[in-house]
Design a protein around this ligand. Structure first.
Ligand code: ZN
Length: 286
């Protein structure tokens, strides 16, 4: 292998543990997570507060709760918020066996992209896993889900292909579209650096309501109509790339299908609708 796996068919874990800490988007508190090698397929979470003997919970798509601003996991009596950029980095780089040791109720936001997680994974290194990976989801016919004017579809294909389309009234964003066949290397170069974005008027409202206490101009692009409050952008079409990053994170728990996934005006709710359909193939007929 080069620096990253060639595709999403292998079974890979980390060569060493690596930790990151930072501000949580919602609480504004310092939170941390250690990414550790695992012999078990899938992603497992335990809490530092429980000590070394703490229970490891395996993550599953059924634990995903769409919340207003991010994806939250419901794990027994606990919740773990803002998981999507970390999950995108784990799945996107091809990792299949990972144990996360978490301290706090959310994952650090870092710079609002998956870049910091990719750097952490690169620092630890990737090695072949000791056990087989979980099966990738398969589909024999198209799946279509919609919420209002927003649509997501998955059509059988040779590889994991993504098509993202966004259409915002704000002139700084407007209509953007991007199509790519995802590989770990393309994820790292073309998707992981794209930061989350928000709107100036909404940011003020959310903050006044006590939400996004950790939100700041250094962890989200903020749009004010026809301009950005904190340029420069990392890509001219950074918003649509971030939308695909969120989709990748929301599909990481169910696995990447051999399908073309098209999302028009996506949301975490729409992504998780598709993840649920992929996780239970009997319900996929449309
Ligand atoms: Zn995001």
């Amino acid at each position: 292998m080069g620096r990253w796996p060639a595709d999403y068919d292998g079974a890979w874990t980390l060569a060493a543990s690596v930790a990151r800490s930072g501000v949580g988007l919602h609480s504004g508190a310092m939170v941390s997570v250690t990414l550790c090698p695992s012999e078990q397929a899938g992603i497992q979470v335990s809490w530092e507060e429980d000590g070394a003997s703490g229970e490891r919970l395996s993550l599953a798509p059924s634990q995903v709760r769409d919340s207003q601003l991010c994806t939250t996991l419901e794990l027994g009596t606990r919740r773990l918020a803002t998981v999507e950029h970390l999950l995108a980095a784990l799945g996107g780089t091809g990792l299949t066996h990972v144990h996360l040791r978490v301290s706090g109720a959310e994952i650090p936001l870092l710079d609002g992209s998956a870049q910091g997680w990719v750097e952490a994974i690169a620092e630890a290194g990737i090695v072949p896993a000791a056990s087989p990976r979980l099966e990738r989801p398969s589909l024999e016919q198209p799946i279509v889900r919609h919420r209002g004017a927003s649509v997501i579809s998955a059509t059988p294909a040779e590889a994991f292909q993504l098509v993202g389309v966004i259409d915002f009234p704000q002139a700084a964003i407007g209509r953007q579209q991007l199509a790519l066949t995802l590989t770990p290397e393309r994820f790292v170069d073309e998707i992981a650096p794209a930061r989350t974005f928000g709107f100036h008027d909404q940011v003020e409202q959310l903050r006044a309501a006590g939400l996004i206490q950790g939100g700041a101009l250094d962890n989200a692009l903020v749009c004010d109509g026809d301009h950005w409050l904190n340029p420069p952008l990392r890509f001219a079409d950074e918003p649509v790339r971030h939308k695909l990053l969120d989709l990748i994170g929301d599909l990481a728990l169910v696995g990447f299908p051999r399908a073309q996934v098209l999302v028009y005006r996506g949301s975490h709710g729409l992504h998780t609708d598709l993840a649920a359909a992929l996780a239970s193939p009997s319900s996929t007929r449309c």
